[in-house]
Write a protein that binds this ligand. Structure first.
Ligand SMILES: N[C@@H](CCC(=O)N[C@@H](CS)C(=O)NCC(=O)O)C(=O)O
Length: 154
């Protein structure tokens, strides 16, 4: 078995995949991609992921990008039971909802917040970004509580 993960040390999507691999107890080779040096912007890297984003999983030549897709693939392939990624349609749908919400809304808002502390984003003051982030955080609490009986497994 030759499983490799191209990862950036402090990138949330990369960290999520590393957590998934740890939870599943899967051995792999970690390849650090230096974001600052732009190692993900090379033509060589684009052959693995035309989006030029990190992380990328290489499972014996099967290349996969997008952290959520990687997590779902790993859980399907290596999960010894269905605790991490349930097979029951409703329980799985709750996990998928969290993954989609994180990618479409929560992570985007956190990223914008972090970037704006480094460079100012036109028309996006820190106060506005903070209040958006708070509101997003509050909104995820409702479905978290509503699905608590299913969520026990997540
Ligand atoms: N949707 C992607 C997002 C990955 C992502 O944004 N990775 C960042 C590093 S944390 C990246 O590679 N950014 C490339 C760039 O900004 O040039 C995923 O979940 O894997």
């Amino acid at each position: 078995m030759s499983l490799k993960l191209y990862s950036v040390s402090d990138g949330p999507p990369s960290l999520a995949v590393r957590q998934g691999l740890k939870a599943l107890g899967v051995d792999y080779t970690l390849i650090n991609v230096d974001f600052g040096l732009g190692e993900h912007m090379t033509d060589e890297y684009a052959k693995m992921n035309p989006q030029k984003e990190i992380p990328v999983l290489d499972d014996d030549g099967f290349m996969l990008s997008e952290s959520n897709a990687i997590l779902q693939y790993l859980a399907d392939k290596y999960g010894k039971d269905d605790k991490l990624y349930p097979k029951d349609p409703k329980a799985r749908a709750v996990v998928n909802q969290r993954l989609c919400f994180n990618m479409s809304t929560y992570y985007r808002s956190i990223s914008e917040h972090v970037v704006s502390s480094l460079i100012s984003l036109p028309g996006r003051s820190m106060d506005v970004l903070t209040s958006e982030l708070r509101s997003i955080y509050d909104r995820i609490q409702t479905p978290l509580h509503r699905n608590v009986n299913i969520g026990e497994r997540t």
